[in-house]
Design a protein around this ligand. Structure first.
Ligand code: F6P
Length: 658
């Protein structure tokens, strides 16, 4: 984070062409030469302001106010009194008036002075062109600006395919090695286990208040406490620490979490369930999505009409409760087998239904209701459209209008009996799909994992935008087969940087607010250099896996000099931590803020990073298991475009060079 400091002078009026300026210690305030003083800008009729950005621990800055014409050195009237000191973004001591003597000391002008300092992230700064262009004075990380922008006009490059805008992007498309599923989101949920078994006796008594005791979820069966049998979770750092603490301190019930979705149809419940499942899995939590619709379709067929959902159709209600209970039983069984977070996806729109679920959860898991509320007609209409086009419920309905009529009737049936959540622990997401405005209400939520879930939900939305992932251009270490280091680009690497700039110019030509993210290592910064017109942000979190004592060695050298290390890494590349370096799990953990920020962004982002880091990031978007991360294909000179949107994540790859 940086400090956004604003110095203000009140009631200052323009005398002749004299305007307030600031001059002082280099480099932030500029110079002690009045000629190079920084002009304050008129913020309001009688308020002048100068703002700039400094690191929170900046050196003390000393400066003075002066009055002078904007583009001339004289006349120049410097304020009376000692220099002013600014530390930690704030003026030191009692802030005195700025006194200026005019007309040979006859006239004294006194203006009130004050200042304000706000912590802002580099991303917030970059997000605002106005702030960036007008106020940004770069701070330095290891001699390189945290954010930099190259506003030079684009020139056709000699060898980077000059007629840039003629570039045919499709020409570079290559297939994805592991094609992500394009299935209907709900179908990706857990396969109903109970429906493969002999019929489970189910009676309406299960809804009675003395509790649900299905044969397979009875508390007495809770012998298999797999926590004791299972090795550490596939997670690192805070996640593993929290898991261990939960194990030691939490009650058995608290260690398992059921996120129970609540909401009318077409409110984005399944999209939310899919996203949350992906995120928690990526963090290393055993997470599974249970979709009750999938159970209903298996047990009662896919093409039930709106009548099935009528609130006065007793048979329909019982059938729906039955499949919900079966899915819940499966989820609890799965938790007994080691599962940690179950995402229970159904409308669960009546208090009675939720009561049934709470009873079933007693002694087994903690429940948090996650209610999605949407009041935006356009979004509901879009969701309804997607439902008719994609849901297996309407796969056999060739007539779109007939499907639509039926679904709207189904919706009305639900609306008649819908009771918003007011009981237990809950999170309500109200109009948050677009990522602007909206509200998130939280009741009775505590603990590490629920906290992370809330944080994730606050930041995620479904506004469509692309994320482009690429490794840096080939570096000198890549040519020599050495790991780590901080070398510059090879000739091929430089060529790629030009081709990439060209590609981005074309791909993002209508995207004024895109940002380019790099690591703090030279090879990514150099790869980004030819890209113009977009703010560039350096993240230390995007630096390559730290190979510790092996940094700069070839794999052959590691094998020869440290054979045990080499073998250990080969055996478990995900968990293996280089001596004084990092493991893949460490990398995943440090990337969490990057993922949250990528979820939060509404504009396109280009991430230029490194092999191990991109494997970890990519596995999040592609929903690949953690164990696959260390061996994923992540070729040089290739761009992976991830399209984030309503129906999930789509991927396209462009190979610009061999
Ligand atoms: O070889 C390039 C590189 O980015 C190294 O700097 C890094 O150590 C390595 O890839 C990560 O890949 P792996 O985990 O397969 O060694």
């Amino acid at each position: 984070a940086q400090l956004y400091v604003s110095l203000k002078m009140e009631n200052a009026r323009i005398i002749g062409d004299l305007v307030p300026h600031v001059y002082g210690s280099e480099p932030i305030i500029g110079s002690w030469e009045p000629a190079r003083a920084l002009a304050m800008e008129r913020e309001l009729a009688s308020m002048w302001e100068l703002s700039f950005v400094v690191p929170p621990d900046h050196e003390t800055l000393d400066f003075k106010f002066l009055l002078k014409p904007k583009d001339a050195e004289t006349p120049c009237i410097i304020e009376e009194g000692p220099t002013r000191l600014l530390t930690g973004g704030m003026l030191e001591g009692d802030v005195r008036l700025a006194n200026f003597r005019l007309n040979g000391d006859d006239e004294l002008l006194e203006f009130r002075v004050f200042n304000k300092a706000d912590i802002v992230s580099p991303l917030d700064l970059a997000a605002s062109w106005r702030v960036y262009k007008e106020n940004f004075q770069p701070s330095k990380v290891r001699g390189i600006p945290d954010i930099s922008i190259n506003e030079a006009p684009t020139h056709a490059t000699e060898d980077g395919s000059g007629s840039s805008l003629e570039l045919d992007l499709e020409h570079y498309v290559v297939p994805t090695p592991t094609a992500p599923p394009t299935e209907y989101a709900a179908n990706l949920a857990a396969t109903p286990a109970s429906l493969d078994q002999p019929e489970t006796p189910w009676t309406n008594d299960m809804l009675l208040s003395d509790g649900i005791q299905s044969p397979r979820s009875a508390a007495a069966d809770f012998k298999d406490d797999s926590y004791h049998n299972k090795a550490m979770p596939e997670a690192a750092g805070a996640v593993a620490a929290a898991a261990v603490a939960d194990r030691l301190h939490g009650s058995k019930e608290d260690r398992k979490l059921a996120i129970v979705l609540v909401g009318l149809p077409a409110r984005g419940k399944t999209f939310t369930a899919v996203k949350l499942t992906r995120y928690l899995r990526w963090l290393g939590h055993e997470t599974k999505h249970f979709n009750v619709g999938k159970y209903r379709r298996l047990k009662h067929g896919a093409n039930q009409s709106a009548d099935f959902f009528r609130p006065d159709n007793q048979e329909g209600i019982e059938a729906r409760n039955e499949v919900a209970a079966l899915a819940m039983e499966d989820m609890i069984d799965w938790m007994h087998g080691g599962g940690q977070v179950g995402i229970f996806d159904a409308t669960n729109s009546t208090r009675k239904r939720r009561y049934m679920l709470m009873k079933m959860a007693e002694g087994n898991c903690k429940i948090i209701f996650l209610e999605t509320i949407c009041n935006d007609r356009n979004i509901i209409e879009r969701n309804v459209r997607l439902k008719i086009q994609q849901s297996p419920d309407y796969a056999d309905q060739p007539d779109y209008e007939a499907g639509l009529q039926d679904f709207l009737e189904r919706l009305t049936n639900y609306e008649k009996v819908y009771e918003p959540v007011q009981e237990g622990s809950y999170i309500k997401m109200i109009d948050m799909v677009k990522g602007e405005g909206g509200q998130l209400q939280v009741n009775n939520i505590s603990g590490y994992l629920p906290g992370r879930i809330v944080f994730f939900l606050v930041n995620s939305h479904l506004a469509p935008r692309p994320i482009l992932l690429t490794r840096h251009g080939e570096s000198l270490h890549n040519v020599r087969g050495r790991v780590g280091g901080d070398t510059v680009l090879s000739e091929d690497g430089e060529l790629y940087s030009k081709k990439l700039a060209n590609f981005i110019e074309k791909r993002l030509k209508n995207e004024k607010t895109a940002t380019i993210w790099t690591s703090t290592l030279q090879r990514t910064i150099l790869t980004a250099t030819p890209i113009v017109g977009f703010p560039k942000i350096q993240w230390r979190a995007l630096d390559e896996i730290n190979s510790g004592v092996c940094d700069g060695m070839t794999y052959e050298e590691i094998k020869k000099i440290m054979p045990e290390e080499y073998e250990s890494r080969k055996k478990d590349k995900l968990r293996y931590r280089y001596p004084r370096g990092e493991s893949y799990l460490d990398v995943i953990q440090r990337l969490e803020p990057v993922i949250i920020e990528l979820e939060r962004q509404r504009a396109p982002v280009v991430v230029i990073s490194h092999q191990a880091v991109l494997r970890a990031l990519y596995s999040y978007f592609a929903d690949r298991p953690l164990r696959e991360v260390p061996d994923m294909e992540m070729p040089l000179h290739t761009i992976i475009e991830i399209q984030m949107g309503v129906t999930g994540v789509e991927e396209k790859r462009y190979k610009l060079m061999d």
